[in-house]
Ligand binder design. Structure first.
Ligand SMILES: Nc1ncnc2c1ncn2[C@@H]1O[C@H](COP(=O)(O)OP(=O)(O)OP(=O)(O)O)[C@@H](O)[C@H]1O
Length: 659
């Protein structure tokens, strides 16, 4: 096939532009990214060769090789791993399949300063493209294991790239960078210096489980002195000289220790080393929030290093089934995204589990059923939850970050992990009417509960403002009763599954009867007043119930309102409208249940309507007032009207008459 020229996909081009004009100050990380990709390619080849006996691949000496060339000013990173087919090269290197790329680019454009832009790039990670921070041309020669033809890809990062077929490529991938001129001020170092390469590998990639070798030219000075010595001995012929030099060519040097960090005790490993392992596993460029180490000895031995990231990935919700924990068996990488090791609600946890007593070709299905794995998973979950609890107590700032980033996912555990429900409830934080800014835990809510208050009150809604403005909150506010403000979609669901906390039931203030009065000791007088109101409004309520029977299942008086004339509530046990929408969005139909209209017997509109109804029950205007009253109650809670045009017309008529 002749050389073909391709254009980069739009997003890829934009990202490349940023790399070329280097918005990331620490340029050394390009080598970490290339080594990380090479290491993944070696892992993939090893797994593939285990799975497929007929794969015609070389697997005897899997390694990574770095070759700096000072004269040509190039740096090559080579692996003899899985390689890529021609199509894969175009697919994987020419486009960015990562979800969130467009969003990231938009935010990068908005980013005010370099630090902000760096933060964003760091969260996203740009892998292979980071080579363009240090190189003005990058070429890649690759041959997929088992295939005979190779592919050469080359680009300056501007515009497009070329792809051609090559016949004699070795298995695996070699990436060659034509380096930009050194510019120490811009943190662009001499990456052909073996010293610099050694330093970067040690810092970022020491734990990589494959040997990273460096092949260097024999130092010039050494060659010169060899030549001098040879000159002195005139009898020595040219061939011998050449042989001597060749014999002295340095052995490739292995740069990394390959020590599995999870197998070493915490005191031997620096935080920096842990963080680099995290970055390799997660493809994140920022340090993790927490490192969790766990080991078990005895019949089922394993070691584990888990990390809590400092920020949520862009696809936290679009990839619900992916998990971030890798499985190793006796130091050998077995699989990514091991769903048997962590539940879905902890899918953001990254790390490694290295088990000693599993077979190297263990499958996902076997893992799911293995009792030992299940025990291990239980322990990992407990350890992660207890770490969060400990953060909450001792490192509040970290906990706050954690909760902001992952709280919405952790709350899924309230539904899906009943065994750990109590622990999860204890690490949850919620917005509350108690404090505009700070979140509260349930334990603190309970401490603040008023004497005689029996329940933990909450209200779900789209936003804090929507909840704060909803009529349901009025009397709770007036009486100083604290209400939790739950605005995540998952909140609609878990509240139904969690009956209580420390013996206190959770109650929605928009569902069922308002029990405000039950919370306070009611005097005889108040009771008598209630009775009187009930009798007084009985006829109006019956009439309204009939008039609005298509819309509501009941009309009743309430004590939950202080300012508004009316509100609608969901009956205890019925599905709330928000939950109905949620089910519908998931493609599940739920029967529509009618709600209840509640009236404030102290409000002028309601007392006025009662009087008007008592005077002339047949007045045709009364029905319209009833409709308006119900419509207003819906609007006040942020709901939609069934017939907004009719509502607007009725209202306009009324307003006109007041002028
Ligand atoms: N040395 C290599 N051998 C085989 N495939 C490779 C190699 N380098 C890159 N690839 C392929 O190209 C893809 C894109 O690489 P790139 O570094 O851009 O992103 P990534 O590693 O998937 O993610 P990240 O950007 O977070 O590092 C990889 O997922 C891999 O499939």
């Amino acid at each position: 096939m002749p050389t073909e020229t391709f254009e980069f996909q739009v997003e890829a081009r934009q990202l490349l532009q940023m790399m070329i004009h280097s918005i990331y100050s620490n340029k050394d990380v390009f080598l970490r990214e290339l080594i990380s990709n090479a290491s993944d390619a070696l892992d993939k080849l090893r797994i593939e060769s285990l799975r497929d006996d007929s794969l015609n691949a070389e697997v005897d000496d899997l390694h990574i090789e770095i070759e700096p060339d000072g004269e040509a000013r190039t740096l090559t990173v080579r692996d003899n791993g899985i390689g890529m087919s021609r199509d894969e090269v175009v697919q994987l290197i020419g486009t960015i399949a990562k979800s969130g790329t467009a969003e990231l680019l938009a935010r990068l454009k908005e980013a005010k300063d370099e630090t902000a832009a760096e933060g964003l790039i760091g969260q996203f990670g740009v892998g292979f493209y980071s080579s363009f921070m240090v190189a003005d041309e990058v070429s890649l020669v690759t041959r997929k294991a088992g295939e005979s033809q190779g592919t050469r890809w080359s680009s300056t990062g501007e515009g497009g790239y070329t792809v051609e077929t090559v016949e004699d490529a070795p298995q695996g991938t070699a990436v060659t960078l034509r380096l930009k001129p050194e510019d120490a001020e811009d943190q662009l170092f001499d990456y052909t210096s073996p010293w610099k390469v050694r330093e970067i590998v040690k810092r970022y990639s020491d734990f990589i489980t494959w040997p990273i070798r460096m092949v260097t030219e024999a130092p010039k000075a050494e060659k010169a002195s060899e030549a001098e010595a040879a000159d002195g001995a005139e009898a020595a012929d040219e061939a011998e000289k050449a042989e001597q030099t060749e014999a002295k060519a340095p052995e490739p040097e292995t740069l990394n220790s390959m020590k599995a960090l999870w197998a070493r005790s915490r005191s031997e490993v620096s935080d920096e080393e842990y963080h680099e392992l995290y970055k390799h596993i997660s493809h994140d460029w920022t340090d993790p929030l927490e490192t969790i180490q766990l080991r078990a000895e005895g019949t089922f031995e394993y070691q584990s290093l888990l990390f809590l990231p400092a920020h949520a990935p862009h696809d936290l919700f679009s990839q619900a089934n992916k998990r971030g924990v890798q499985l190793y068996v006796k130091r050998v990488f077995i699989m990514d995204d091991c769903e048997a090791l962590v539940p879905e609600y902890l899918r953001f946890v990254k790390g490694v589990v290295d088990a000693q007593d599993l077979s190297l070709n263990v499958s996902r299905e076997i893992l799911q059923q293995d009792r030992q794995i299940q025990l291990m998973r239980r322990r990992l979950v407990k350890k992660v939850l207890s770490t969060v609890k400990e953060m909450m107590a001792n490192r509040e700032e970290n906990y706050t970050t954690f909760w902001r980033e992952f709280g919405r996912v952790v709350k899924e555990g309230l539904l899906n992990d009943p065994d750990n429900r109590d622990t999860i409830l204890r690490i949850c934080s919620f917005a509350s009417t108690h404090d505009k800014e700070r979140l509260t835990t349930l334990a603190r809510y309970v401490e603040r509960m008023k004497d005689g208050q029996k329940h933990i009150y909450y209200m779900t809604g789209e936003s804090r403002t929507a909840v704060e403005n909803s009529p349901h909150l009025e009397a709770f506010q007036a009486k100083g009763l604290e209400v939790l403000i739950l605005t995540d979609p998952v909140d609609e669901v878990w509240v139904g599954a969690v009956p209580e906390f420390e013996g206190k039931q959770l109650r929605s203030i928009a569902q069922g009867e308002a029990e405000l009065d039950a919370e306070e000791e009611q005097g005889e007088e108040a009771k008598a007043e209630k009775e009187r109101q009930r009798a007084e409004f009985a006829e109006l309520l019956t009439w309204l119930g009939e008039r609005l029977q298509e819309e509501v299942k009941e009309v009743r008086l309430t004590s939950r309102l202080t300012v508004s004339p009316a509100c609608v509530v969901t009956d205890a046990g019925d599905v709330t409208p928000a939950l109905q929408n949620l089910y519908r969005a998931m493609g599940q139909e739920v029967p529509q249940s009618k709600r209840i209209l509640e009236l404030n017997p102290e409000h002028g509109l309601v007392t006025g309507l009662r009087k008007a109804h008592a005077t002339d029950a047949d007045d045709p205007g009364l029905g319209e007032t009833a409709e308006l009253l119900y419509g207003m109650a819906l609007l006040a809670e942020g709901s939609q009207l069934a017939d907004p045009a009719r509502f607007a017309r009725l209202l306009a008529d009324r307003l006109e008459r007041t002028l």
